[in-house]
Design a protein around this ligand. Structure first.
Ligand code: F6R
Length: 246
C-alpha cells in the first residue's frame, strides 16, 4: 500500500519524514533504520540531530544500514558516502560506530556484496529511507535492474553521474562510474518504506511510481507491491500528478 503525503516544500518534507522516524524510535529504541545519502534526506537528518541535541533523544541502541557506496573511494575520502553520513548525521548523535553499516566499495567487491547481504539477512530493517533518482532509481539500482536483485555492483547511468556531479565540484570526470548498492529485493524486505522527493526534476519519476505500471525500467515501481510505503513529496515533485486550481 502506498500512502502519499504532499506538502509545500523541502522543509516540510523533512519535518514530516522526521515525525515518521521519531514515531518508530520512540516505540522501539533499538530500531533498525535503513538510510540514504544525497540531498533528499539531509533535512530529515538535521531534524534528528536537533531532536538529539535539544530533546535528548538517544540513538545508542539504534542500528543503521545504508543503501550504497561508491566503488573505489576510501572511507576517508570526503566524497565517500561513509564521510557523507558521518558529516550529516552520525558525528552529531550518540549512535555507536559498531551499529553503523555502510557497504564498502573497496577491496574484493564480490566478497563485499556477500558480506552486506549476509548482514542484511540477519536483521530486518524497520524503516528504509529512500530518495529517488530522476530516472526512477532507488539506491543505485538503475533502470533495468532485476526486482530480485540483492547487494551488487552497478555501472552508474550517465544521467546519475550528471545528477551527482554537483557533489564533485560539478566535474563529471570526478564522479566514480561504479557503486555497490543494496538490491531491490533487499529494499523490499524492509517493514516500512519512507520515500522522499522534492523538486521539478523528480516529477516524472514520481508520476511513473504512482501512476505507471510496475516495471524493471522504473526501479522505484517495485514499491507498488510493498505493503507499507509512505511517499512524502513537495509541490514541484507532484506537479505531474495534480492539476493546480487557479
Ligand atoms: C542515495 C541513493 C540514491 C538517491 C537518489 C536521489 O543513497 O541511493 O538513490 O537517493 O539518487 O538523490 P538526491 O536525494 O540527491 O536527489
Amino acid at each position: 500500500m502506498m500512502r502519499v503525503i504532499r506538502v509545500a516544500n523541502y522543509q516540510e518534507v523533512s519535518k514530516k519524514a522526521f515525525e515518521e522516524i521519531k514515531t518508530i524510535i520512540t516505540v522501539k529504541p533499538g530500531a533498525v533504520l535503513g538510510l540514504a545519502t544525497g540531498s533528499s534526506p539531509v533535512g530529515l537528518y538535521q531534524y534528528m540531530i536537533k531532536d538529539h541535541q535539544e530533546a535528548g533523544t538517544s540513538y545508542a541502541d539504534i542500528k543503521t544500514f545504508n543503501l550504497d557506496e561508491y566503488v573505489g573511494l576510501p572511507k576517508s575520502d570526503p566524497h565517500s558516502y561513509y564521510s557523507f553520513m558521518h558529516h550529516n548525521l552520525f558525528d552529531h548523535i550518540d549512535i555507536k560506530e559498531e551499529n553503523i553499516h555502510i557497504p564498502s566499495g573497496e577491496g574484493d567487491l564480490l566478497s563485499q556484496c556477500e558480506l552486506y547481504n549476509e548482514l542484511l539477512s540477519e536483521t530486518q530493517i524497520d524503516i528504509q529511507v529512500l530518495g529517488i533518482g530522476s530516472n526512477g532509481h532507488i539506491g543505485f539500482n538503475e533502470p533495468g535492474t532485476s526486482f530480485d536483485s540483492e547487494t551488487h555492483i552497478v555501472e552508474l547511468k550517465q544521467s546519475t553521474i550528471q545528477d551527482n556531479a554537483r557533489f564533485f565540484d560539478n566535474d563529471i570526470s570526478k564522479v566514480p562510474a561504479r557503486a555497490i548498492t543494496m538490491g531491490i529485493a533487499n529494499v523490499m524486505n524492509a517493514k516500512k518504506i519512507l520515500l522522499l522527493a522534492t523538486g521539478e526534476n523528480k516529477a516524472s519519476a514520481i508520476a511513473s511510481l504512482l501512476m505507471g505500471i510496475r516495471t524493471e525500467n522504473v526501479p522505484a515501481s517495485a514499491l507498488q507491491d510493498h505493503p507499507d510505503v509512505t511517499i512524502i513529496i513537495d509541490k514541484a515533485a507532484s506537479s505531474l500528478l495534480y492539476k493546480e486550481k487557479r
